[in-house]
Design a protein around this ligand. Structure first.
Ligand code: SF4
Length: 384
């Protein structure tokens, strides 16, 4: 929970981005009954509910606990585990890392000392495609084949290969090594990269062998375009862009309905991505039409792909503009996806900005925006 200008703000962590249809319904109902009616998807593949009324947090906690979304009060802030959203679904996936993400979460919550990790500390499990590179996770694993992954520390490849059966244990041990090193350096660092020789020292504490090499192989870090693909067992998978990462109750209901009817094949159907979209696996016919009818985006050329924003007004007291309102007015007029990421921010903190390069659309005190440093009125803002 945080206090924001429009009331309480609750962040619900989803390790691996995995969410069931039932959990999505519960979150949407909680947003309507206790908050402002919307679910926000975050750059860490979590969900936020804003504008909670006084007293609502207790009721919300009870509901989340009952739905399995709050397994540990003491560790809630540190359950930051990303995983490749298409894991196990297509030919670029060398190994399905979602169960490993679940195991990292379970081990994290089982160790009392790890409740002391900074809330910014991040784990990432990359199924081999390199899509999580820009997250620069403190502790990562990138699968190199169907049995082993390379350990990444502060986004840097270590050259150390770990058998997948040991992966969760090694990753959690790396987090413990970070805490030990931080204590020894008498540092208040939130991230591994902020410690003096952080990756090298953590690796030495793990006693796994090699030193960081800085090699990173090919990593796209680009996220996912909206659209449809066929998975390895011939089922249809949808990548659904949620404009500005804000889901209303109707959109959430349709997503849950589509997920409920999907052919699960014993795998998670709904996966929230770090790019303000949701992957839905094994969908049945008619799903695209139903999702598009409520304003969700399945078109790869839609200008909404790659556009993100911070909360802006009225949710944030620091905001100089209603950035979401302005983006909703302007973006639909853009001819097509620019292929570049665009981030609208209400002030220089640029909360929620994507990793890597992006077009910087920054609200100005006197009105209008600076777009990569060029001042213009809101109606003149273009992704190009
Ligand atoms: S970028 Fe600024 S205006 Fe936007 S949410 Fe962050 S602090 Fe608020």
């Amino acid at each position: 929970m945080h206090e924001a200008a429009d009331g309480g703000l609750a962040r619900v962590r989803l390790p691996g981005g995995v969410l069931s249809a039932e959990q999505l319904r519960l979150l949407a109902a909680a947003a309507v009954e206790l908050g402002d009616g919307h679910l926000e998807l975050t750059s860490r593949a979590n969900v936020q509910i804003r504008a909670l009324q006084p007293g609502a947090p207790v009721e919300l906690s009870d509901r989340l606990y009952a739905a399995g979304l709050l397994p540990s009060i003491s560790h809630e802030r540190v359950r930051n585990v990303l995983a490749s959203p298409l894991s196990g679904l297509d030919q670029h996936s060398r190994y399905d890392v979602l169960p490993v993400a679940g195991e990292v979460d379970r081990l994290l919550c089982a160790r009392p000392g790890l409740a002391g990790l900074p809330g910014r500390f991040l784990f990432a499990l990359d199924d081999g495609r390199g899509d999580l590179a820009s997250a620069k996770a403190d502790v990562g694993l990138r699968m190199v084949d169907g049995e082993r992954g390379e350990l990444l520390l502060a986004g840097v490849a270590t050259g150390v290969l770990v058998a997948v059966e040991q992966a969760a244990e090694v990753m959690v041990a790396a987090a413990e090594a970070f805490l030990a090193e931080r204590a020894e350096q008498q540092s208040e660092a939130w991230r591994l990269a902020e410690l003096t020789a952080g990756p090298k020292r953590v690796l030495a504490r793990l006693r796994l062998g090699e030193q960081p090499t800085g090699r990173l192989g090919e990593q796209t870090g680009r996220g996912l375009a909206a659209g449809r693909l066929t998975d390895l067992v011939g089922a249809e998978v949808l990548v659904v862009t949620v404009p500005l990462g804000v889901l209303d109750a109707e959109q959430a209901a349709v997503l849950a309905e589509v997920a409920e009817q999907a052919d699960t094949q014993q795998r998670p159907v709904l996966r929230v991505t770090p790019w303000r979209s949701v992957v839905v696996a094994g969908v049945v016919e008619g799903a695209v039409r139903r999702l598009e009818a409520v304003g969700l985006v399945l078109e790869p050329s839609s200008p909404w792909n790659g556009v993100t924003s911070c909360a802006g007004r009225p949710g944030c007291a620091k905001a100089l503009a209603d950035v979401r309102g302005d983006a909703r007015r302007v973006v639909p007029g853009w001819s097509a996806a620019s292929g570049r990421r665009v981030h609208w921010a209400g002030c220089e903190r640029r909360c929620g900005r994507p990793g890597g390069e992006f077009v910087d659309v920054l609200a100005l005190a006197g009105g209008g925006y600076s777009v990569d440093g060029v001042v213009m009125e809101v109606d003149e803002v273009r992704a190009q």
